[in-house]
Design a protein around this ligand. Sequence first.
Ligand SMILES: Nc1nc2c(ncn2[C@@H]2O[C@H](COP(=O)(O)OP(=O)(O)OP(=O)(O)O)[C@@H](O)[C@H]2O)c(=O)[nH]1
Ligand SMILES: [Mg+2]
Length: 325
Amino acid sequence: MNGPSWTPEEWADGIRRADRAFLGRALSLVESHLDEDAERAAALFAALGPAPQQSLRLAITGNPGAGKSTLTEALGLHWADMGQHVAVLAVDPSSSLHRGSILGDKTRMDLLSKHPKAFIRPVASGGQLGGVAASTRAAIELLEYAGYTRIILETVGVGQNETDAAHYVDVMLLLALPNTGDEVQGIKRGIMECADLIAVNKCDGSLVEAGVRAAAQLRESLKWFRRDDGWNVPVIALSAQTRQGLIELDEALNRFERWTRGTGQFDARRAQQRAHAWSEAWQRFVAHWAEEQPNLARAKAQAKEAFDQGQSAEVALRAAFYAKK
Ligand SMILES: Nc1nc2c(ncn2[C@@H]2O[C@H](COP(=O)(O)OP(=O)(O)OP(=O)(O)O)[C@@H](O)[C@H]2O)c(=O)[nH]1
Ligand SMILES: [Mg+2]
């Protein structure tokens, strides 16, 4: 990144003032893969000091077209009007993020993006569809330093890593649709298991009745999932478009936050997420480093050859790496 000439302290001050220029450059800095940017980011975080703890981090998941962006905007506006500072990270699956494609038309969130208490930022997905970029955690923290109290992560409703978002947020909200039928709307089990709240969206017009039925059906299928923490996952019928049910959703979110903070789950989950972030970053770092070591590359090639000839991966690797010791 061609850097501005701010000192880490100036930069930190700018972020604490929620100055969009400083914040925007800082978000680009943590997304950057350049070594010198990593050093600058570390200096910036050192200048920022201990992270504020007052935020609520929410992820919205759901199949493509479920209304995640529409709900993000409705909920964001509701919160901003109530005095919250709202930041949205919208995961963009396209790799062309830095070539000027700032979210498609329907995800622009026109009203929210103009709100003085809101900030919207597209983030690159983690390489795979549905993934969340490794830099997302640092981005969330920067937004919190800037005083944002509600962080919404809109995920991409496709791919293998849809449940990734659970590693980054305090609350997982799953958006379902007023589809009824034997199948639970093609929602994968893993996604259902991760959800702390479910909202059936688009319960408006001719779909109101179907929405109520779908909500009942979802409540029924939730009985098959046992949660260790004893939380009863609420299922709320709503319309992100007419905002019917939005207050109820907000209340359910507040209830969940109060409940998890009360039981200590809230802090426990964040601590677990930090631990997960560490081991994940360490593995990624080591794997990346290993690729650059010529000795390792030779042993790996040797093992791969044995593997291709039918040996088990484990045996081949152990032989290539340890036999010569
Ligand atoms: N009738 C009705 N339509 C809705 C509602 N919410 C969203 N839509 C419409 O559904 C379509 C998809 O909405 P989005 O908010 O873009 O859905 P999304 O989940 O963000 O979609 P992707 O990001 O592409 O996965 C749009 O045409 C919306 O106008 C709702 O509550 N009622
Ligand atoms: Mg969207």
